[in-house]
Design a protein around this ligand. Structure first.
Ligand code: CTP
Length: 399
């Protein structure tokens, strides 16, 4: 319930993407928010107020002169206790009206009348030519300067059949962005590079050696860092996870590829977090072709070579970022954690407090720094990731 107790005014303007606003309204409700829908006249051509009312359990307003509001000032009444106003979808015309501060219906008036503390987020949805039009771009620059937060747009297939920029973000991406807007910006202006997931070391073109890392902790941390305002780049081994919205991901397979990607991108980074479960060894005599079963029952002989230690390599750079390591230990975490931090020569090491955390949605962590160790009690990985961001921000500030 990441939005528990939050009141969100969800504004709909005219566009085919209104059907996605219905999905978002449900998702916001599931996340604990109370949702108050306000629609423009054009929006009611695409989806009915009945649908939005049924999904949110709240009366939908469309009219500035709605007599159901006792003092007849819905633009004031609906905004005073709001935690955020989100316009989904936001049409070309509505962006233009926001840029000019026009008050010619309930939704536009409410945006202008909102108290300064209430964030306004808009999710543009329009045809690519309309998005690229110089007037639209001028208006977008203006509303950004006015402190309005743009959620997207994305590039892709459009309802009109054309392809390009202007496609609205998907409801789950919008939900991530709305939740992110409520997180403290502890990492604003910082650049962070992370590794996550397992590595895969080939034996032949169809087989390989890997481990049980799901990537969940690293991806949760990438998301939490981005929510906290950081510019995040994720170097990821093979996982089934989607990159968090706004995080740049580079996909790799082997430890050597992970090292190469990290070294190519480490310059200018403020923080490096090594969450990946990197294979310590690779197969030195990997076969170019699939190894066939031998009729005589002879078994293939694999030879191993040591993989580079990515974290230790970054920690040894002359202009190194603030380095954070993770430790996967199956026993004696306290002793091994402290020793590993010293051996890797890093300011912060995070130990997974077993028994088995790989693949699970929750975890408990033990943090090791120069003062000793402390615990972050068991919680879901995103909650832990947000707590960890606080710990990283505080230490990186002091370093
Ligand atoms: N790590 C790395 N490159 C490697 C091995 C590990 O960057 N080749 C990083 C991991 O991402 C993690 C930290 O080092 O942040 C510790 O990884 P772990 O597997 O716990 O430790 P190892 O260094 O491999 O030591 P051991 O396996 O002996 O415990």
């Amino acid at each position: 319930m990441e939005l528990a107790g939050k009141k969100i005014v969800l504004g709909l303007t005219g566009g085919v993407a209104c059907y996605k606003a219905a999905e978002l309204a449900r998702a916001l409700g599931r996340a604990g928010a109370s949702v108050q829908v306000v629609m423009t006249e054009a929006a009611t051509r695409f989806i009915t107020a009945v649908t939005m009312q049924a999904l949110t359990g709240n009366t939908v307003y469309t009219d500035q002169w709605d007599a159901r509001i006792a003092n007849n000032m819905p633009h004031i009444d609906l905004t005073r206790d709001a935690d955020a106003i989100v316009i989904v979808p936001c049409s070309t015309n509505f962006i233009a009206r926001l840029a000019h501060g026009t008050c010619d219906d309930l939704l536009s008036t409410l945006c202008v009348a909102r108290p300064a503390r209430v964030p306004l987020m808009v999710a543009p949805a329009m045809n690519v030519e309309m998005w690229q039009n110089p007037a639209t771009q001028r208006n977008v620059t203006q509303i950004r300067q006015d402190g309005i937060l743009l959620l997207g747009p994305d590039s892709g297939d459009q309802a009109c059949g054309e392809v390009g920029m202007g496609r609205m973000l998907e409801p789950e991406q919008l939900l991530e962005e709305i939740i992110a807007a409520f997180q403290p910006k502890l990492m604003a202006g910082r650049r962070v590079l992370l590794t996550a997931g397992p590595t895969f070391e080939p034996i032949d073109p169809v087989r390989g050696i890997t481990n049980l890392s799901s990537g969940k902790m690293g991806y949760a941390l990438a998301r939490a860092l981005r929510e906290a305002g950081a510019e995040v780049m994720l170097v990821s081994g093979p996982t089934a996870l989607a990159a968090p919205y706004g995080v740049r991901r580079i996909d790799v397979q082997t430890a050597q590829q992970m090292l190469d990607a990290v070294l190519a991108n480490v310059s200018g980074q403020d923080v490096f977090v090594a969450v990946a479960a990197v294979a310590d060894w690779r197969v030195a005599n990997a076969s170019e072709h699939k190894i066939k079963k031998n009729a005589d029952g002879d078994l293939p002989q694999l030879e191993f070579a040591q993989n580079p230690d990515i974290l230790a390599t970054v920690a040894a750079l002359p202009k190194r970022p603030f380095c954070v390591g993770f430790a996967a230990e199956s026993e004696q975490l306290e002793q091994h954690g402290a020793a590993k931090r010293a051996r890797k020569n890093i300011p912060l090491l995070v130990g997974n407090l077993g028994p088995q955390t790989f693949g699970r949605d929750d975890n408990a962590l033990m943090l090791f720094d120069q003062h000793g160790h402390s615990e972050l009690p068991r919680a879901d990985k995103l909650t832990l990731a947000r707590q960890l961001v606080r710990e990283i921000a505080r230490r990186a500030d002091a370093s």
